[in-house]
Design a protein around this ligand. Sequence first.
Ligand code: G3P
Ligand code: MG
Length: 256
Amino acid sequence: MNRFLQPRTQPLIIAHRGSSTHAPENTLAAFALAADQGADAIELDVTLTRDGQVVVIHDDTLDRTTNGHGRVDQLPYAEVAQVDAGAKFNPKFAGERMPLLSQVFETVGQRVLINVEIKSTTVRSTGLEARVIDLIRRHGLIERVLVSSFNPLALITIKRAEPRLACGLLYSPDEPIYLSRAWLAPLIPNLNARHPRANTVTADVVKQIHARGQKINVWTVLEPAEVKTLTAIGVDGLIGNDPVMMSDVLKKLPEH
Ligand code: G3P
Ligand code: MG
């Protein structure tokens, strides 16, 4: 059984873009630190370079998090590989690179579970889903990866190509109306999890999702009070920026 889907006494601690409070988001430094800090899992965002390499970055462009410029999907990997993805967060992380998904799998794939978020806004697949499946298979991580996306078509593509792979649908009131709630979830075969924004979740929402046999992993959990209330209402995973804070709060709660 996929490790994200196993029953647990407390929610999974899922480090959002790695331990992104303490290290530059979506870098190997942030992922290794999350593992060191006791996170059960990491969340990361993937996109394709112009020449079809699967790289880990949240935005469409390099500008916010690196010293590079431009759209990742218009640059060859050789150029993307040169940019510094650490110094903008803190000069002590200068030299940190934007990782390939394969490098993340190699570095921390056996230490933490991995929630791979597919960044896709297209109706027709760009090929990203097939590349991600290929990498997961080659690294033997089918049981340790859960794929999520705001784009239900990406998850349909994944489930058709690899039904064993666990999938979670993201949704949020900030998205266009058709992605703001899980309207399209019924179109995804054997959807395993729902990933709503944390501040939209109530005890009733958790019950309804569990009644469908699905898990509920929520984001972005930033405050100790949220960890307590979300745990009390029974969510299965806390996707947040600071695994140290999340585990400190969970350790003090009685296990249920
Ligand atoms: O996967 C949870 C969260 O990462 C979704 O939003 O914009 O941070 O990728 P975003
Ligand atoms: Mg994300």
